[in-house]
Design a protein around this ligand. Sequence first.
Ligand SMILES: Cc1cc2nc3c(=O)[nH]c(=O)nc-3n(C[C@H](O)[C@H](O)[C@H](O)COP(=O)(O)OP(=O)(O)OC[C@H]3O[C@@H](n4cnc5c(N)ncnc54)[C@H](O)[C@@H]3O)c2cc1C
Ligand code: SF4
Length: 500
Amino acid sequence: MSIATLSDIDKQADRVLMVEVNEEATYVRHHQQKLVLVLSAMRHFADELIKDGIQVDYVCMDSDANTGSFSGEIKRALQRHQCDQLVVTEPGEWRVREMMQTWQRDLGITVDIRDDNRFLCSLAEFAQWADGRKSLRMEYFYRAMRQKTGWLMDGDKPVGGEWNYDKQNRKSLPKGMTYPGRLRFEADGITRDVMQLVKTHFSDHFGDLESFAWATSREDAQRALTHFIEECLPGFGDYQDAMKSGEDFLFHALLSPYMNIGLLDPREVCEAALQALEDERAPLAAVEGFVRQIIGWREYIRGVYWLHMPVYGRSNFLEAKRPLPDFFWTAETDMNCLRETIDTTRRHAYAHHIQRLMITGNFALLTSLAPAEVEAWYLQVYADAFEWVELPNTHGMALFADGGLLASKPYAASGAYINRMSDYCSGCRFSPGEKLGEGACPFNYLYWYFLISKEKLLKSNPRMGLAYRNLFNKPGAEIDAIVKQSEQFLKTLDQSNVQP
Ligand SMILES: Cc1cc2nc3c(=O)[nH]c(=O)nc-3n(C[C@H](O)[C@H](O)[C@H](O)COP(=O)(O)OP(=O)(O)OC[C@H]3O[C@@H](n4cnc5c(N)ncnc54)[C@H](O)[C@@H]3O)c2cc1C
Ligand code: SF4
């Protein structure tokens, strides 16, 4: 067993406790598919452990005596078994770590909280890397991780001479292109049981259940990895930032939920991509771009979270206060890009990175939605959402609520960017080419209004210089019109809180 908690298990003496608890299912109202994924994967894993001769004590969500919380279930388990030590892996959320830290005192048992060895960079190593640095830029962390792993390295130089091949990536989708599609996994008996449980207890949570197609066992997750490497990786880099109506997955991996819940180890995921490069089944730019997302972004985001919690999520640099509009739940909006992204999210508990960042994230940024409400939404609606990864991505990257700790400037964009990277605008009642007036794309005037209304907070940011120069070159009458139309839009958003 490679996970730290099980590395030295004594099959005769030790017992693995696995509990499904209501508190974890409802502290935010997770997407129905996320609940099925997590609970079914737990049940499949328990079966694997039992087949391996390990004693498992498994408490189902609907078992009568279930107290509904981790602490309550551990207390009950200690009454069932003679134990002198509790061994756990460090969790993915600050909230749960705080809970774990009370167990030794409250339950009177030694608690051993072990490092999560499924990450390549331990929290101590990250803290050491960050120590004394003025700014924590991902690119430098990524280079350190390349050196540490030796991946894509030629001695101490990057393979091919560059650390980062993004300038070869990020193309628009050519006309007539076909896409690999997602590998769908049929629900087996375990998953069907869990679907029934979710229908019974959590049917009021967001999201469709019937379109569930995630892998829930390690074996199936490995098949999803093979599918990605063979069918999608060659196109991954080129079309990483592209968006297309009706194509929910393009060349994306759909592997984050599996890595985040432990069905796949990020090392094996990267090694499979590196092997594809060696076998000339995928180009260097695609493989480098993919490996960077995992040993760069994924590890870096986790490091930032643990380095800055518990205060990280409390900042609100842009003083954003607006409540989350209802259409984030219903997808009922005339803005086609938002409708597509939210609808994909509802059907799959998934949207790819650019949809999360440049559609829903960009809208939330430009309209000053309250960070805590936006963060709660992201944590609920995505199958891969756990606070260590969701919070920095939303709070820092999408909303700039941390004032630039994670991103050097806000990811704010007008309709021109969305039009360039997608075909959404051709199916929209608004026009990305119109700047003002009834038919104008709201992202166009909201972008300038954002700069106007946040001038005091953003003008001194060196990376915002060009944007502000462009703003100050606008005639006063145009600025007045931008302000007027944006304020009208925001008023309608606040009043109806359904349809902009
Ligand atoms: C506002 C916002 C919220 C997000 N919330 C989450 C979240 O809750 N959970 C989550 O795992 N990712 C989150 N991300 C990052 C990223 O969008 C997802 O990891 C990605 O879309 C998952 O789909 P995929 O496996 O098809 O990824 P691909 O696009 O195929 O990328 C490959 C892998 O790289 C990793 N990765 C890429 N970018 C990031 C990143 N910024 N942070 C961490 N890992 C990354 C993921 O493990 C992913 O599986 C968020 C991004 C934004 C902008
Ligand atoms: S016109 Fe504007 S609102 Fe409509 S799809 Fe394009 S970017 Fe989105």
